[in-house]
Design a protein around this ligand. Structure first.
Ligand code: DAH
Length: 347
């Protein structure tokens, strides 16, 4: 049976032990760990003291319990104080580390720019929507029928050779021209029709001025009494806004199966004002698009009464316009996303 005074001595030993142990602790985490250890009900220096009670004579037990509880309170207080002290120091360290100098200049944000082809597309859309045009976006995979046959270019037509086509199956292909959209629109909508159709087109063609994928903008107007004069009137508005005031248009006869008559549209050179320079190869004119009066065969194929209605259409290659506007001589520069190039046209 343990001696009471011996136990008392043991308790004050423990008190000293805990006091010394606490002094060793460097952070709040170790205070937590140490406390768990010391207070453990089975193995803890303090936590397990009550288990000794049974070893004492009955008359000493109450007194011993009191002493142990007092010790527990004291130990607990010591831990709280140490925990508070260390946590405060830790917070101060953290605040110092996270201190922000609000006078530092902010990091520069490098903003991107719209791609030249996107800019040209948006510009044309802005100009034509002011004239009441709607946008129709077709699909890049198209039926042979819409891309060719319905545009008066049947299977054995020599004009099919004008465009080197990527066929997917006998029936499906990658559209070679946004003109395919004309048919979709006319099948669904009755005149008056005024649409603009931008999109990617594909041809097996690859050199400095041709890419297998490029972008076109199609225009189609069908209404009563539409003539080539209406086309030229609208194009005059377009080129003045795109290339600057005073830019004029010139129509030259051409051939497209879906227009009759067909024209090639030139603009007066915006670089030399028509005097002749390197850009216009000394001619004073630059070719920008194909157009014409919609062939009656095309209108009739879509169920439009050609006694009542007529139309005009045009197709613009947008990379070509971007190259002219921004002075590129190689179409590949438009697909390489080279920042040195894009930075120069970041107006
Ligand atoms: N689709 C023609 C091409 O890609 C361009 C074109 C010419 C479109 C005349 C038209 C047009 O709408 O009337 O070469």
């Amino acid at each position: 049976m343990a001696d009471f005074s011996e136990l008392q001595e043991k308790l004050s030993g423990i008190r000293e032990q805990v006091r010394a142990g606490l002094q060793e602790l460097k952070d709040s985490r170790s205070v937590y760990e140490y406390r768990k250890n010391v207070m453990d009900g089975k193995t803890g220096l303090v936590g397990a003291l009550m288990r000794e009670t049974g070893k004492l004579p009955k008359e000493d037990r109450a007194e011993y319990g009191k002493l142990v509880n007092r010790l527990k309170d004291w130990v607990s207080e010591q831990f709280d104080t140490m925990d508070e002290k260390l946590k405060k120091a830790e917070m101060e360290l953290r605040y110092a580390a996270e201190d922000i100098d609000v006078t530092l200049p902010a990091k520069k944000h490098a903003a991107g720019y719209l791609h030249p082809v996107t800019k040209v597309t948006n510009e044309i859309i802005d100009i034509f929507s002011a004239m009441g045009f709607e946008i129709y976006e077709g699909t890049e995979i198209e039926k042979d029928y819409y891309n060719f046959t319905a545009l008066n270019t049947p299977q054995d037509h020599p004009a099919r050779d004008m465009q080197d086509t990527f066929y997917l199956t006998d029936e499906f292909l990658l559209r070679t021209q946004t003109s395919a959209g004309q048919i979709h629109v006319m099948e669904k909508k009755k005149p008056p029709i005024k649409i603009l159709s931008p999109g990617k087109v594909f041809r097996s063609d690859d050199d400095a001025t041709h890419s297998p994928m490029f972008t076109q903008m199609e225009g189609l107007v069908v209404d009563k009494g539409i003539t080539l004069g209406d086309l030229q009137g609208m194009l005059d508005v377009l080129v003045e806004k795109m290339f600057g005031e005073g830019t004029r248009t010139r129509l030259r006869p051409s051939y497209f199966p879906f227009t009759e008559p067909s024209v090639e549209v030139d603009v007066s050179c915006f670089e030399c004002q028509g005097k002749g320079c390197r850009l216009c190869k000394g001619t004073g004119w630059i070719e920008v698009l194909g157009a014409g009066v919609v062939n009656n065969k095309v209108l009739e194929g879509c169920g439009i009464d050609t006694e009542l209605y007529s139309g005009f259409a045009f197709g613009i290659g947008l990379e070509r316009i971007a190259m002219l506007k921004y002075g590129f001589n190689n179409i590949k520069l438009l697909f390489e996303s080279d920042l040195r190039v894009l930075d120069q046209i970041s107006d």
